[in-house]
Design a protein around this ligand. Structure first.
Ligand code: FES
Ligand code: FES
Length: 161
């Protein structure tokens, strides 16, 4: 099949790339744009390591064709820090020891961001539901949940301050 020229908008930057129609968004991000923060785990939609935001919604980028993301806003973990400063979620993950091997972390951060963008004051149950599609083999999830709740508080304080 012929390659297609598409425009991807990732983390506020616009890229024009030529892709095969069957290339996934995950492959386009990692292999065409060299944005390797988004991780490939199962490549089947089961593990959530490839989670990115597509128009603000958390999606498994291994299940989205790159051509279906054309002209849409994509946010990857590389887009979380602003002006050289980490996002409050990233700070909280470090402070709460929510990272061990770190392989699940980019996907966790983006699932958490999608939640906090919609719900400033999530309950623990809502946090657990938001990251239900993100598997972690290391942490037992407790510290990840604590970190997300702490980041929600920190963001709410900043919003009010
Ligand atoms: S790599 Fe996409 S869900 Fe596992
Ligand atoms: S920290 Fe290792 S998989 Fe989550």
């Amino acid at each position: 099949m012929a390659k297609q020229q598409i425009r991807l908008k990732v983390n506020g930057e616009t890229y024009e790339i030529l892709v095969e129609p069957y290339i996934t968004l995950l492959e386009a991000l990692r292999e065409e744009l060299r944005l390797t923060g988004t991780k490939k785990g199962c490549d089947l939609g089961d593990c959530g390591t490839c989670t990115v935001l597509l128009e603000g919604k958390a999606v498994n980028s291994c299940l989205v064709l790159a051509i279906d993301a054309r002209d849409k806003e994509v946010t990857t973990v590389e887009g979380l820090a602003q002006g050289g400063k980490m996002h409050p979620l990233q700070e909280a993950f470090i402070e709460h020891g929510a990272i061990q091997c770190g392989y699940c972390t980019p996907g966790m951060l983006l699932s958490a961001k999608a939640l906090l963008d919609m719900n400033e004051h999530p309950s623990e149950e809502e946090v657990r539901a938001a990251i239900a599609g993100n598997l972690c083999r290391c942490t037992g999830y407790v510290r990840i949940v604590e970190a997300i709740l702490a980041a929600a508080e920190s963001l709410a304080r900043r919003g009010n301050g």
